[in-house]
Design a protein around this ligand. Structure first.
Ligand SMILES: C[S@@+](CC[C@H](N)C(=O)[O-])C[C@H]1O[C@@H](n2cnc3c(N)ncnc32)[C@H](O)[C@@H]1O
Length: 271
């Protein structure tokens, strides 16, 4: 059974706000969600989404299932090359200098299968660690979806996920396992993957760098974005850096942030 696009759009426009999510974020990726909804209808033996809406009303625990159907977990290594080039050239050297010989604490919030967290570690290890006079970098990576976290902990990927990664990073960071590329254990040990829902909790911090790309500021409603942003602000050190996705921006009126003029989506916490 397929769900008609118009029916699916109507359902999502009704259901997403109840999960504190926003329809415009899902417009382009709705195909995935609609397919999952069709599968859920089959499982529940329901004929159409209006019946599923009634089912949700009658079974409040089903909202958590619907929430899971709305997780968009696409990612890849070195996604949006310009931002990682900018981190490499402008952000990591400055943070490393500020931290002296200490550990740089980074948080990948909405980390999917770990591609972003490992990209950061690869960049650091290959290009900065030797010059950083004893400073090291650690990444805490969190996601609401346990299935992607399991993949992240394993750290093995197909070539497609690695297609944007510069060749030197690919050569230094991976071991082949058949058709898979697996992150070397020494690197994997520097990332910690934990399940956490940004709507209900956050790690303690403090952090020098937070990456939250293609997650909260695309899919969450504006009020929730503000709450999440407040949490990031409280957990960043002064002059710490927040990186959003290429097509994302802070909610209107956000204060206490300096937007880096040459790289969209990069913000520094002001005191
Ligand atoms: C599109 S992926 C982005 C991955 C990576 N940040 C990137 O830009 O490539 C969005 C991730 O956010 C996660 N996510 C969605 N809602 C979340 C929530 N409430 N708390 C934590 N993670 C969430 C999803 O499970 C998904 O893995």
């Amino acid at each position: 059974m397929r769900v008609k696009d118009t029916e699916c759009v109507r359902f999502l426009q009704w259901g997403l706000p109840r999960l504190r999510l926003r329809w415009p974020g899902f417009r382009k990726v709705r195909g995935q969600v609609c397919k999952r909804l069709a599968r859920r209808l089959r499982e529940l033996n329901l004929m159409e989404l209006s019946a599923y809406a009634a089912h949700l009303d009658a079974h409040p625990e089903e909202w958590a299932v619907l929430d899971g159907l709305c997780h968009i977990t696409i990612s890849r290594f070195y996604r949006d090359r310009a931002v990682f080039d900018y981190l490499d050239e402008k952000i990591l050297p400055v943070l490393a200098e500020t931290r002296g010989g200490n550990v740089l604490r980074c948080w990948s919030a909405g980390c999917a299968s770990g591609e972003e967290a490992y990209t950061l570690l690869l960049l650091w290890t290959a290009r900065h660690a030797a010059r950083a006079s004893g400073a090291d970098l650690r990444v805490l990576a969190t996601d609401v979806d346990e299935r992607v976290l399991e993949r992240a902990r394993k750290g093995c990927y197909t070539a497609g996920s690695l297609r944007e990664l510069p060749p030197d990073l690919l050569a230094q960071g991976f071991e082949r396992a058949g058709r898979l590329y697996c992150v070397k254990p020494a690197l994997r040990d520097k990332a910690l993957f934990q399940r956490q829902d940004l709507r209900t909790g956050m790690p303690a911090g403090p952090f020098d760098l937070i990456l939250c790309r293609n997650a909260a500021f695309t899919y969450f409603d504006e009020a929730l974005q503000r709450e999440v942003l407040r949490g990031f602000y409280d957990r960043l050190i002064t002059c710490g850096v927040l990186v959003l996705g290429r097509h994302e921006a802070l909610p209107p009126g956000a204060q206490g942030w300096f937007a880096h003029p040459h790289q969209p989506g990069v913000y520094e916490k002001r005191g």
